[in-house]
Design a protein around this ligand. Structure first.
Ligand SMILES: [Zn+2]
Length: 446
């Protein structure tokens, strides 16, 4: 925020200077009744008969009016243009530095360039404009959480169609850069929904459903979520339920639950189905429902019925269900209620609830970073005390909570009293813990 204002402030200051300079160079030296040669500005007092020539420089003077011109200082006008250009250059830096010049390039030009190659700056430029500008990824861990059909109008249909046609054939390309691939899968879902092209719609749906057998877990999850088709909610629900019916494996359960979450964003039936699955005999179904109800509330807004149903799972016999209940509730509650709930979970006797508490603490220490926050210092104390916990999930979350808190000025004050205790874990044998401690100490020594 400070850096942003520094950039904008200096750009505005420079622009004001440039405008004042230009105004001075254009208007300060008016004739005000003086009679001057329009070229060399030599004062002419005698009366003339036109046309005539300046006695100093020989410039032709056609009429009396020519003697009353305003003198423009062209060099200074040029200088002010340069200053204005520098101001504009500075003003775009907050966007150009993280996202590259592609973020400032027109979308049509970027899609055109994409025809030739998956050039990194082009892909990043499109990413910045779609994922961040249209879908506000900065405000959500995942831009799909802000899926908003009104945004489709920010791009023309033919642009969505052209983008879709460009990337669809590349989804199967094994040499495709992973960063480009990940984006292409997200974008193909948008192109499917926004391009208004039936053929593209069918091909994109097929490509996305194929992704659910991808090797990478993120790609499978993405496939499940993106394969939900808002123009055919009934068909999407049937398709998800069908996949849950015949002895599904853990992946398919997890994926179908994510699919129901995406349905629930738009359609009540998704919520009702997830609520029903809370009672399912298969623990994986219950924990999937618990998790995804949290995401639904996080996006759609608080709903007491959903909150109470998830809250009521506290005595479930399954460890994952009790763990996911904490993470899910954290997504439902406002900060003011969330942090005390997380602290209580971190202090619980039940190791599953503790895991949930540390996991939620880790998520939200990053999620709320940079905002005014009510995160209590107790979170940091508990995390520091658990960096060496024998439970892998707990010690890793603990270490990353410390690292997350160290990233911003206000919460750094909560971590500073524990520097010595943190340093003792600098050579921790768990690589993830070591990385987190390295990051925390780097931030603390800044
Ligand atoms: Zn002259």
């Amino acid at each position: 925020m400070t850096a942003l204002w520094l950039y904008l402030g200096s750009a505005i200051a420079l622009a004001i200077v440039a405008c004042m300079l230009a105004a001075w160079a254009c208007f300060s030296d008016r004739s005000r009744g003086r009679r001057r040669c329009p070229k060399c500005w030599y004062s002419i007092h005698e009366s003339l008969s036109y046309p005539t020539h300046c006695s100093e420089c020989g410039r032709e003077i056609a009429r009396e009016k020519d003697l009353h011109r305003t003198r423009r200082r062209w060099k200074w006008i040029g200088a002010s243009a340069i200053v204005l250009f520098v101001a504009a250059f500075i003003a775009v830096q907050p966007k150009v530095q993280p996202f590259g010049w592609g973020s400032m390039t027109p979308m049509t030009a970027l899609i055109f360039l994409l025809q030739f190659d998956d050039t990194d700056w082009v892909v990043r430029g499109i990413e910045s404009q779609i994922n961040y500008d249209l879908f506000h990824r900065r405000r959500a861990p995942d831009f799909l959480d802000h899926w908003n059909p009104a945004k489709e109008k920010a791009m023309w249909r033919w642009q969505w169609r052209w983008l879709g046609r460009t990337i669809l054939p590349r989804l199967d390309d094994e040499d495709l850069d992973p960063f480009a691939r990940r984006n292409y899968f997200d974008w193909i879902a948008l192109c499917r929904d926004f391009a208004g092209d039936r053929q593209l719609h069918a091909e994109a749906t097929e490509a996305l459903r194929k992704q659910m057998s991808d090797e990478a877990p993120w790609a499978r999850n993405r496939g499940w979520m993106l394969a939900v088709d808002y123009s055919d909610i009934d068909g999407s629900i049937d398709w998800l339920l069908e996949r849950l019916e015949n002895a599904p494996d853990d992946d398919a359960i997890w994926g179908a639950m994510m699919g129901l979450r995406v349905v629930a964003w738009r359609d009540r039936r998704g919520v009702d189905l997830l609520l029903e699955f809370l009672d399912h005999e298969h623990p994986r179904m219950r924990s999937g429902a618990v998790t995804n109800l949290g995401f639904v509330v996080h996006r759609n807004g608080f709903e007491a019925e959903i909150h109470d149903a998830v809250d009521a799972m506290k005595d479930d016999e399954d460890c994952d269900v009790r763990l996911e209940r904490i993470r899910s509730l954290a997504f439902m509650l406002t900060e003011e209620h969330m942090w005390p709930m997380i602290v209580a979970a971190m202090e619980s006797e039940d190791i599953c609830v503790r895991r949930g508490g540390f996991g939620a603490g880790n998520t939200h220490v990053y999620e709320w970073r940079g905002r005014a926050t009510t995160m209590p210092a107790r979170i940091v104390e508990l995390a520091v005390a658990s960096i060496d916990d024998e439970d892998e999930a707990i010690r890793r979350s603990a270490a990353w909570i410390v690292a997350g808190a160290a990233t911003d000025d206000r919460r750094r004050q909560m971590v500073l009293p524990h520097v010595e205790a943190i340093e003792q874990h600098a050579e921790h044998e768990d690589l993830s813990v070591k990385q987190a401690i390295d990051a925390a100490l780097r931030d603390l020594r800044r």
